[in-house]
Design a protein around this ligand. Sequence first.
Ligand code: NAD
Length: 280
Amino acid sequence: MVILDGKTLAKKIRLSIKKEVNQFKEKGIIPGLAFILVGDNPASQVYVNMKTKACEEVGIYSINHRMPKEINEKELVDVIKMLNDNPMVHGILVQLPLPEHIDEEKIIEAIDYKKDIDGFHPYNMGRLARGNPLFSSCTPLGIMKLLEKYSIDVKGKDVVMVGAGNITGKPMALMLTNAGATVQICHIHTRNLKEKTKVADILISAVGKPGLIKEDMVKEGAVVIDVGISRVEGKVVGDIDFENVSQKVSHITPVPGGVGPMTIAMLLYNTLQSVKLKEQ
Ligand code: NAD
């Protein structure tokens, strides 16, 4: 059984991004990423801090806009418009979730799609669906890189994607389909989940329910990717019962140290792609 080591691969990717960032800086171009954080959700604060630190490490300049949760939609859109027009900003990231009174879709659509380094804008989702992506969602992009690194060919494979969210499940299914896999998407309303998962050559779970995927739901020798992040008794855990599932699979991602670090590396990667798009 092979552990898919996202932490080590992400480190390598960050190093190569750092080199390219330095080359841009030598030409007087400073890659810039703007973060918008609305409210005081503690998990969101942790994520933005982690992403800001990752930018610092590779030399990407970051701007942080922290706003009170009472802010209205128009005020938020105005900040986004200002960042859309700012030539120093190559990427804009609005940390989700937003407070309930703000329409998430409207906010995502307000971002210039050329600065949408999260890949959430309908233009970018549409490009991905057409098999001609510009910016793709960081988590599934990181998983594709991880599979590639371990020479796991997805072409012709039966893949089951558990979770149909916009951030991971749906774009992951599109990327895998584009790469020639046969993909089935499962979600909360799926009946007999086990029947579906246990025939998968590659099983990916992005739900956020610890222990959802048990040993008897997984095929012998399958590749298993765990996107889930939950806290149980102070420990970060995924969706997959790692201890038992890891006994029968060929490859598995750990939580933490699997998909998570790849997501952040892909955010930096997409920011650099945006710089290249604009400056080259
Ligand atoms: P989401 O809420 O957008 O989607 C969750 C999906 O799970 C939905 O499609 C829902 O139908 C499905 N679901 C819920 N209960 C289910 C069940 N019992 N059986 C089958 N499907 C079920 O969530 P998301 O944003 O995609 O995040 C999912 C998880 O992945 C969370 O734990 C999140 O923290 C984590 N996540 C991790 C990373 C990372 O970098 N590792 C990145 C993004 C999200």
